[in-house]
Design a protein around this ligand. Structure first.
Ligand SMILES: Nc1ncnc2c1ncn2[C@@H]1O[C@H](COP(=O)(O)OP(=O)(O)OP(=O)(O)O)[C@@H](O)[C@H]1O
Length: 259
């Protein structure tokens, strides 16, 4: 892994020695990482690796124990309002105001960002249409399926056209057609200068979709760079298993045999 870091002013997201512990558990162990502007950046790691914790600290949702984060050169924890103005976040497990309809929730997010009503209405229509939620727009979010909830949360992250999008598991529970639509939206967004950071467990998706990737396990950054740099001659999936280890621990479930 390269140790030459970008200037936090030129990177879309810069992280330095970011750390968090919960009691005895070190969830994120002093990670430093740059996400180049205009990249489609995948963050991968096994369950419990520290992805959600790292992304929560990077987006101003959870205060780090150590380290600093900049979004386009703005210190997230020193100037949170300014940094968050250029950020769209799809957080994992954060509750939405689910007693609003999908349309009301997206509208509320736009108005909260200080956008004018006419622009909010037009963009809300566009987002509901491309995310295949137009018919569900007047339904309460509490009655949405898991995939629909994911998509409406994505709409709230996109409405203000942020410079940087941070999406924790955006494809989880989403059907293949909607996932393809979301991929198209994100690729188009990157082609027009935006930066996307996604966490995912689906290596094949990350290899096809992302330009860059970082692998974390047990709170440590194991590898980061362009997808081709990180995977070398291997598939990203094989490289991931190679870096992270842990295969073979399913031996010995003899009680699971049915014959
Ligand atoms: N609020 C919390 N209190 C205590 N421990 C926590 C808390 N949040 C996370 N952890 C622990 O920190 C570690 C990292 O968790 P985190 O949710 O960041 O992992 P992850 O990589 O996002 O995992 P997954 O892929 O399963 O979603 C885990 O061991 C988890 O149990």
């Amino acid at each position: 892994m390269s140790n030459s870091y970008l200037d936090p002013g030129t990177a879309a997201l810069s992280i330095r020695t970011l750390g968090k512990r919960f009691g005895e558990k070190v969830a994120v162990n002093g990670i430093s990482l740059d996400v180049p502007t205009g990249s489609f950046f995948g963050l991968v790691g096994p369950n419990g690796a520290g992805k959600t914790t790292a992304l929560s600290m990077a987006t101003g949702l959870m205060r780090p124990d150590t380290g600093q984060v900049w979004i386009h050169g703005i210190d997230v924890w020193a100037e949170p309002a300014k940094a968050k103005a250029s950020l769209g976040v799809l957080a994992d497990g954060v509750r939405l105001f689910d007693r609003l309809s999908g349309r009301q929730l997206v509208t509320y997010s736009g108005l909260l960002r200080g956008m004018d009503r006419a622009t909010v209405d037009t963009r809300t229509d566009d987002l509901l249409r491309v995310l295949d939620l137009a018919d569900a727009g007047s339904k309460l979010v509490v009655d949405y399926s898991a995939g629909m909830t994911k998509k409406i949360a994505l709409a709230t992250a996109l409405i203000h056209s942020p410079r940087v999008l941070v999406l924790d598991e955006p494809f989880e529970a989403v059907d293949p057609v909607s996932a393809a639509n979301i991929r198209d939206i994100l690729s188009d967004y990157v082609a027009h200068g935006g930066t996307v950071i996604v966490s995912s467990h689906v290596m094949d998706l990350v290899q096809r979709m992302c330009s860059h990737v970082a692998v974390i396990a047990d709170g440590n950054l194991l590898s980061a760079g362009s997808v081709d740099e990180v995977r070398g001659e291997m598939s990203l999936e094989d490289r991931f298993v190679d870096l992270v280890g842990g295969r073979g621990s399913n031996e010995g479930l003899s009680w699971l045999h049915t014959s």
